[in-house]
Design a protein around this ligand. Structure first.
Ligand code: CA
Length: 229
């Protein structure tokens, strides 16, 4: 079955170039130019993935996303005007699977669509993991990868735990501070960076071919299940 991508975008030139590139890449596409109409389509006939502009007539993209999330969990990528906007959107925790900043290259959009679909499909098949199993034993703060123990500090373990619980979700440094460091008010965002760096090094030592923790430029970090890269 050919995956269908719904494009909710009020700028006709952007919508048409995205449609062209996505079709060449093998996706079916559908386009609506209005937020309310977009929400209607999302709920009536959920596409495999939605590209959703934030600034839209009828209903803004964040509201569309929130309403849609009550009923359906298929991936949604937000298209935003500025990188600073992404920080705010992550803070709102509206439930997007990824964010793309305008202006973007259509090639980049196709790559992100492909990556998000691969990741979410990998997530759906998680019930039967094949190799590359990362297991977190929460009673002993012990993480194992393919059966081999990773020697993580308690701090690194908590950080990994927060990321792993929501695969693909992008966390800002501030959110990680709130979620993984609730017992320590003195930790800085720079410390989060250094803990993430240590975690990535330990994960990479055990499984060098997979990037478990993705950096999202200017925003934060996301956990990528194996099979997603
Ligand atoms: Ca717009």
């Amino acid at each position: 079955m050919t995956p269908r991508v719904l494009i909710v975008e009020d700028e006709p030139d952007i919508a048409s170039v995205l449609q062209d590139y996505l079709r060449v890449a093998g996706y079916d596409t559908e386009h609506v130019a209005d937020g309310r109409a977009g929400l209607e389509r999302l709920l009536q006939d959920p596409p495999e993935l939605t590209l959703l502009d934030v600034m839209l007539p009828g209903m803004d993209g964040v509201t569309v996303l929130r309403e849609a999330r009550v009923h359906m969990h298929r991936p949604i990528i937000l298209l935003t005007a500025r990188i600073e906007e992404v920080d705010r959107l992550v803070g709102l925790d509206a439930g997007a699977d990824d964010y793309i900043c305008k202006p973007f290259s259509p090639r980049e959009v196709v790559a992100r669509v492909r990556a998000v679909l691969r990741r979410t499909q990998a997530g759906a098949a998680e019930a039967a993991p094949v190799g590359r199993a990362l297991v977190l034993d929460e009673t002993r703060w012990q993480a194992t990868l393919d059966g081999a123990a990773l020697s993580l500090t308690r701090r690194e373990f908590h950080l990994l735990q927060v990321l792993v619980r929501s695969p693909g979700r992008i966390f800002s440094r501030g959110q990680l501070l709130d979620l993984a460091y609730d017992d320590d008010a003195d930790v800085t965002e720079r410390a989060v960076d250094s803990h993430v760096k240590n975690l990535r090094r330990k994960l990479a030592a055990a499984a060098p071919t997979h990037e478990w923790i993705r950096s999202v430029y200017g925003v934060g970090f996301a956990f990528e299940p194996a099979g997603a890269s």
